[in-house]
Ligand binder design. Structure first.
Ligand SMILES: [Zn+2]
Length: 274
């Protein structure tokens, strides 16, 4: 038996700061995907006055607060998306890190030695970053980009192969995750579901395993239905208007990735009580 150690507290603020920096990068990725520019090179600049943003005005969350959400040069308002994405990424990184290190065999020694634990954390942080991009992008533009989902499917599969999952296991999960949407796509001749949803279904299958992927899809539909009802009550949208399914799917995938086991246990408990 291994001894149980607590991860030192100072790790969490560091993970949070790392998360906000990654979140800042995700904002750049979202913007440049839309503008069809490379997101690996070039400095950030103000959209209005085109002035380059200095490094000290580009600090996640803090710069937005200090500048009160406006460009230093031309005072144009900066979208709330920027600090919100940075903050959410930071919080999700801390939750994922905390969750993985709650495993009973965790200790300092294993933090370095147990490469599987490290790979799991990297994989989960990567996956949540991808889901944040899909969440924002689908919400803003009603699109799930293949440029994001297809490389993510390959990278997450590689992570899972490293973790010792069998190729058959990964393929079955991909097929089940994708076919849920493929069937609807075929029945509706592409009216209910877009091709992007199918690719996202495959990604969720590969990442979560098919059982958890189906749970996530179920939760996404519940969130989506609640959201539609609220919008209808406030008459924001007509019945025919588009619903960003990718936004709900990515939200549900994050919830299930972190709390999937707890949700299943709770659900089975309810089933056995009644
Ligand atoms: Zn400006």
């Amino acid at each position: 038996m291994f001894k149980c150690f607590q991860v030192p507290m100072f790790i969490y603020p560091l993970v949070f700061i790392l998360g906000t920096i990654i979140g800042s990068f995700l904002n750049v990725v979202i913007f440049r995907l839309r503008a069809k520019k490379s997101f690996l090179k070039g400095r950030s600049y103000c959209l209005k006055c085109k002035k380059q943003i200095a490094w000290h005005d580009n600090i996640p969350i803090l710069s937005f607060l200090i500048l009160r959400g406006r460009c230093r040069n031309c005072k144009t308002k900066i979208s709330f998306q920027y600090p919100l994405v940075e903050l959410s990424t930071g919080i999700l990184f801390v939750i994922i890190f905390f969750h993985n290190y709650q495993l009973p065999f965790t200790n300092y020694y294993l933090l370095i030695i147990d490469y599987r634990l490290l790979i799991t954390i990297f994989r989960n942080l990567f996956f949540v970053s991808i889901l944040i991009i899909i969440f924002v992008y689908d919400l803003k533009y009603y699109l799930i980009l293949d440029k994001i989902t297809i490389p993510a499917i390959i990278i997450v599969s590689a992570f899972n192969l490293l973790l010792g999952f069998s190729l058959a296991n990964i393929l079955i999960s991909a097929i089940i995750g994708g076919s849920f949407f493929l069937i609807q796509f075929l029945i509706s001749k592409g009216r209910w579901i877009g091709g992007g949803d199918i690719r996202l279904g495959i990604l969720m299958g590969v990442m979560l395993g098919w059982e958890m992927a189906l749970l996530a899809i179920m939760i996404a539909y519940v969130i989506g239905a609640l959201f539609s009802v609220i919008l209808l009550i406030f008459k924001k949208k007509g019945l025919k208007s588009q619903i960003p399914l990718g936004t709900f799917l990515s939200m549900a995938a994050v919830i299930v990735m972190i709390y999937g086991n707890e949700i299943l246990e709770w659900y089975l408990e309810i089933l056995t009580v009644y």
